[in-house]
Design a protein around this ligand. Sequence first.
Ligand code: FE
Ligand code: FE
Ligand code: ZN
Length: 277
Amino acid sequence: MLIIGCHLSSSAGFLAMGKEATRIDADTFQFFTRNPRGGSAKPLNIKDIEAFEEYRKENGIVYPLAHAPYTLNACSKDEGLREFAKNTMADDISRLEYIDGAMYNFHPGSHVGQGEEAGIQYIADMLNCVLKPEQKTLVLLETMAGKGTEIGKSFTQLRSIIDKVKLNDKLGVCLDTCHVFDGGYDIVNNLDGVLQEFDEIIGLDRLKAIHLNDSMNFLGCRKDRHAKIGEGGIGIDAMAKIINHPELKHLPFYLETPNDSDGYKKEIKLLKRLYKI
Ligand code: FE
Ligand code: FE
Ligand code: ZN
């Protein structure tokens, strides 16, 4: 079975997201832990979480994926912002512990001119501070397009972060198809080769989620503009190969395409049709 969902608004709570997922035939969903531009999170609503846990058992909703705010930058130049990143991540993870099988995805960060090495060290420092041996939530590093000074544009950079983190059994990777394509990995003509490279450098056992997005631009453009499935540089044939690839087909796929909820419903239907059991 294809496990597919999309990004949903978290403003009405978990139960509402669960019901919306069902309405659009999704089996999973992604959500922001708080305003994507920053700010504090709403108080935990245990009643809502309990109702959601009950609901998802009956309706088969798996792997809720939280996305950290975009403003979280572990390798900012500003110590206050690095502190904000650390506190936000720690707080987000402590909340996710209430949700069964939840994962937490974040953009590794932008080194803003301090250099790749310094950036990677800051990211690892944050993770070494935040990750706890007893936590159940898996933290995912997202592959990035390499816009500006973004870290995470290459598999080697992600590997360096993982190697510097003590509790790296808590770390996984979320591969964003638009980002890797924009970052120069040819998933259209050489998907097997890209996955082999991922396996050699990071290990496919670390790959826990896929952000399924087409790209408005071309291979290696370093842009990060998502397109609807089949309407960008990646195209529908490559998308079908991605969801059916033997190394990927068991993973949860999350759409972050420019769509309203009916648009997502259509894309989910399309992808389920292209999935071979
Ligand atoms: Fe992201
Ligand atoms: Fe993404
Ligand atoms: Zn993106």
